[in-house]
Each structure stands twice: as structure tokens, then as C-alpha cells.
Design a binder for this molecule. Sequence first.
Ligand code: FAD
Length: 338
Amino acid sequence: MGVGGAARFFVEAADEPTVAAAARWAESRHVPVRILGGGSNVVVADDGVDGLVIRIALRGVASREIGGAVEVTAAAGERWDPFVEHAVAQGWAGLECLSGIPGLVGATPIQNVGAYGQEVSQTVMAVRVLDRRSGEIATLAAEECGFGYRTSRFKSSEADRFVVLAVTYRLARDGGPTVRYADLARDLETRGIRRPSLTDVRDSVLAIRRSKSMVLDPDDPNRRSCGSFFLNPIVDATTFARVERVVGDASMPRWPDAGGSVKLSAAWLIERAGFRRGEGPGPVMLSTRHSLAIVCREGARAADVAAFAREIKVRVEERFGVRLDPEPVLWGALSVEP
Ligand SMILES: Cc1cc2nc3c(=O)[nH]c(=O)nc-3n(C[C@H](O)[C@H](O)[C@H](O)COP(=O)(O)OP(=O)(O)OC[C@H]3O[C@@H](n4cnc5c(N)ncnc54)[C@H](O)[C@@H]3O)c2cc1C
């Protein structure tokens, strides 16, 4: 988002011993630690971070074939999209719908990165971590990661405990692409593609994302965002019935979720609460192409982002009784709570 202040202490860690030494250094001085990947999903307070920021710069990719599958291990500092591009080029299926997502490999298990019908939890086999509690390096199986919708053990119950060092994905060798998402199927149809390859799906995903300013493009006026600012809210059946009554519009998007719960579209609720794309207070506004993205303009500060997010949150809650939670992680003295 291009806002926020400096870190009190900063280290770029290009290998595992440096990560471990930095964590020990902070521990011994009681200095709080923040782990930074590509920074695409954090909003840093204007006062900065009063602690040590460890920027993950571990590199390397290795793969081994097992039957019809391939297990690919990428170091946490590898850039995500080139890694996806590599998998697609090799004919390894399982990540193609996640093309164009900014950031690094190590962040993908944190919020169980997902888009267009795929989530990394479907392919993550193991996550190599530094456990800051014990100081040991460990390998967690996917079942131990507590993956959920845009969340995991690393983001919720044990945020701050683990530093992700590498991730192993199990991909299908010569597998077909996933085409589950309506927008994606439509784009392929428009292009006259009936039996899409992994590359076709990657191209479609990138084109759709570009049309929504959801790839990082230095020439795009909407580029200063952290993607979706709010998660799609998941409500229980009773709340859903109430929201439906209040809204009184059968076209309201909804997706059935586990245990009778319903996932709603945060973007739709935000628009219905009266917010318009391309509008906002002063130096922050909603993206002109996506009503879930808060975009910064020249002179924006983290406080402006938080104030606008708060306004959106309050109005959606007043209007529909639905609580929106932010997707990005807020660092320092920053809150979007009213
Ligand atoms: C234009 C745009 C579009 C986006 N689209 C999507 C999308 O479609 N789907 C989606 O899921 N997300 C999306 N995002 C959000 C973001 O790209 C992802 O969450 C991405 O995985 C963040 O990666 P990063 O390396 O930039 O992480 P950062 O922003 O640096 O960090 C995010 C969080 O992960 C933690 N973290 C990062 N690396 C590690 C590590 N190695 N070990 C421990 N903790 C770590 C950080 O401490 C922080 O809490 C989008 C963002 C933008 C800007």
C-alpha cells in the first residue's frame, strides 16, 4: 500500500541460520518480531514497527517425482507467481488458478492463499518452520496447519509462533486444470477454448485479475492496495435469514458453507451500503475496478486507510448487521475497530 513507518530493527535473512539467529537475538532482548515476505498483505502503522522485522529472503526450488505426482519444495523467499509459472510450464497441476497473486511462497500457508477455485491447502503437503517457542526447526504436515478460509494455525491460534522456511506442494504430473469458477469458465468460453490446458487457465486467470487490478502493475492507478481489504463474511443460518430479509433482494450473492453457514460477498454488501468504486475520503478510495480493494493515492497515510476501513465496516454493520473483518495483517498501532 506504500504507507507506514520504519522498523526499529531490520534484517534480511537469506538462510535458515540467519533466521534462527535473528529470532534468538530478539528473544534475548525481549524485542517483538515481525516476519515480512513481500509485504503485499500487511498495513504498517504510520509510527512504524517497534521491534525487529525479519525479511525472508531464502531461495531455492527442488522437486521429486512420485508416481503420477510431483512434490515441489520451494524456499519461503521464492516469489510466488514465477513459482506458479514454473509449475504450469512443467505441466504440474494444482496451482494454476493461483496465478498472479503477489507475494512470496512463505506467506501462502499463512492465510491459505486462494483464488478462482483453488486454495494452497489443497496441495500443501508439508511446511518447514522455525518454531520460535522451542527454537527448533520442524516439519508440519498439512493436517497440522489448521487451514480454513483465508486462515490457518499460522494466522489465528498461533500467530507469531512459527517462521515458515519452506513449503512442499504435491502437484499432479500432466494433470488437468481446475475450472470451477464461473468467471474463469466464461473467459475460456469467450476465447473459444473447450479443453483448456494449464497455460490457458493461467492466461485466463491473469487476464481476469488484470481487469480487476488484482495483479501488481506499476502503470495501474489502482496498484497501491493489498488486494481484498475484507474477508467474505461467513454467517450462520439465522443471521443469513435476517440479512436476506433486510436486503430484500434475491440476487444477493451467497455460497453455502460448512454446517449450514453461508458465505456472503463483502464486495456486494459494501456497494449496497452506499460505497462506490473510485470514491473515498481524500487520499484513499475504493479501487475503480474492485469494491473490496482500498487504494492509496499520493499523500495517503496508514491512518487514512484504517479510518476508511472503519467507516466501511461500521456502515455495513449498521445496514445489514454483518461484521466485516480485515484480510491484511495490521502492524503497529493500527486498528480498524470502531
Ligand atoms: C493486488 C493484490 C491481489 C491479491 N490477491 C489475493 C488473492 O487472490 N488471494 C489471496 O489469498 N491473497 C491475495 N492477496 C494478498 C497477498 O498477496 C497474499 O496474502 C500473499 O500470500 C502475501 O504474501 P507476502 O509475501 O506479500 O506476505 P506479507 O504481506 O509480507 O505477509 C503477510 C502475513 O504473512 C506473514 N508471513 C509472511 N511470510 C512469512 C513467513 N515466511 N513465515 C511466517 N509468517 C510469514 C507476515 O508476518 C504477515 O502476517 C493479494 C494482494 C494484492 C496486493
